[in-house]
Design a protein around this ligand. Sequence first.
Ligand SMILES: C[S@@+](CC[C@H](N)C(=O)[O-])C[C@H]1O[C@@H](n2cnc3c(N)ncnc32)[C@H](O)[C@@H]1O
Length: 202
Amino acid sequence: MLAGHDCLLHGLEEGPARVPVRRWAEDADTGDRLLLSQCRGPTLDIGCGPGRMTQALAVRGVPALGIDIAPTAVALARARGATALVRDVFGPLPGEGRWRCALLADGNIGIGGDPLKLLLRVRSLLCADGVVVVDLAPPGTHSGRCIVRLEHAGCRSQPFRWGIVAADTLHTLAEAAALEVLSVHDHAGRWFAQLQRPADGG
Ligand SMILES: C[S@@+](CC[C@H](N)C(=O)[O-])C[C@H]1O[C@@H](n2cnc3c(N)ncnc32)[C@H](O)[C@@H]1O
């Protein structure tokens, strides 16, 4: 499904939602570039999909590693020149505790269906004062956990857990994960935030 085919997502909204698989296969757009401008220093692109963000960081001279649980996604990322590995964010990863930046692009704070568990894991990957760059659902969106399925050409994937975090619920979540919110802003309907691991290790 990550190979650029149109795809539907069931379980997130009342009806099926269109998944922007084609966009993931394209190059980073203006909003993506704004998100990427917040990634400074060695960056782990978590759930990199076909690697457009990992590749765009490398083009900017930012050392970047994409990880994705899906081998097809990693093959596509490598084919476009990104450095990427098949890895589960909750499993062993290179450079744990040394990443300057972790990127959760395009709703990837939903990975695993438990945003607090994910942020605690991401926090453990960062160096002291490392930054998480994330995009969020617009304020007022219902935040929570759900079980979703992808559908392509009549075939449905296994159900998997996903989470939604609206921009106006971020502070509570960040506090629970012992992260400081550095910024939250919108760009053409996309909501971007930066969270920082306190330098004192708190
Ligand atoms: C929204 S898509 C990726 C979009 C991509 N970040 C972009 O902006 O083009 C979510 C990705 O997360 C990956 N993923 C899901 N669970 C994961 C996990 N536990 N560890 C790593 N990657 C995961 C999926 O395989 C999928 O490619």
